[in-house]
Ligand binder design. Sequence first.
Ligand code: GMT
Length: 378
Amino acid sequence: MMQLLKNNMKIAIVCYPTFGGSGIVATELGIWLSKKGYEIHFITYKQPVRLEVLNDNLHFHEVQVPSYPLFYYQPYEIALSSKLVDIIKTYKIDIIHVHYAIPHAYAAYMAKEMLRKQNIKVSLLTTLHGTDITLVGSHPLYKPAVEYSINNSDYVTSVSESLKQDTQNLFNITKPIEVVPNFIEINTESKNKKNNPFFSENEKIITHVSNFRPVKRVLDVIKVFERIQKEIPAKLIMVGDGPEKQKALKYCKEKQIDKKVFFLGENNQIKEVLSFSDLFLLLSEKESFGLVALEAMSMGVPVVSTNVGGLPELNIDNYSGFLCNVGDIEYTSAKSLEILRNKNTLNLFKKQAKLTAEKFDSKIIINKYIEIYNKLLM
Ligand code: GMT
């Protein structure tokens, strides 16, 4: 295991500050590195949601984009590049680590070029997360710029083997891509679930967490729950917010299951909710990794998921949960019930989900990023 070579390495982390998985991974990585002595500078338009405390090793710099009447679209990339140039010069940053290619890799590449002209060297590591490649990035409107900024990064990582394959299939990639899977801090402390108002001894608790975008197929989650609750006493907890929420609420009302489905909105209580969940459903159409599924598994919650993208690299069929075809509501419901109906089966899957999550322990995975940072500075 390679150790930190340069004392006090300084890293700028560029990410989305919201509840999305790429922002969460970037924030957890930055916090972890800061505790190990790295000087971390988050550069984004808002303080990342999980970045609660700042200190000498953990900084946040806000990218501001003042509006001007001439602009129909505000030029965020230019503001980000300019902010990067400023911060890199002021703090003598060694590495820019961007999470999610659009527009971060492009903006960081421009900053690097501006600095090169001033004889200032900074290395650029781009981590690909998912829709920056599969849904948005490969769209003809963005593809040339995304391809260019990936090929001109100094190092490229992707969060799963499947995303690496997608990137190589969808773009003309001239750079090697290293797979560094997402990670989780394996928590041994157990929460007192009985204090939570949603906890119930007599009902099975099923949970879903997402940004409720069409790609997450939240209606499938509700349709599966509709079948489960006909067979066993159960509740569904939906955490997150997004464009499909209204449709989901309407469906629950129409099917008269609205008293059993709880929409908690976006919140930081995911761990609390998972601590008393019996099953996690993730039925996305595309999912390069599925960080929320890993969070669930790390809390000992079995996962029934679709078999797309990187999910089979995380969720082991008939072990940590089950894998199902996208949109196969009947099969997904049957497999969910197979886990939930029998106490012994449920306990076995809970144990196996946790064991599977341990392979993604941050202690193991973050060292892979540290090795890359060290290579970039050699
Ligand atoms: O594109 C999204 O849906 C959000 C994106 C993000 O920024 O969080 O999610 C992607 O990155 C996550 C973190 O690596 C992965 O866990 C998600 O699977 C991935 N989403 C998709 O591929 C749809």
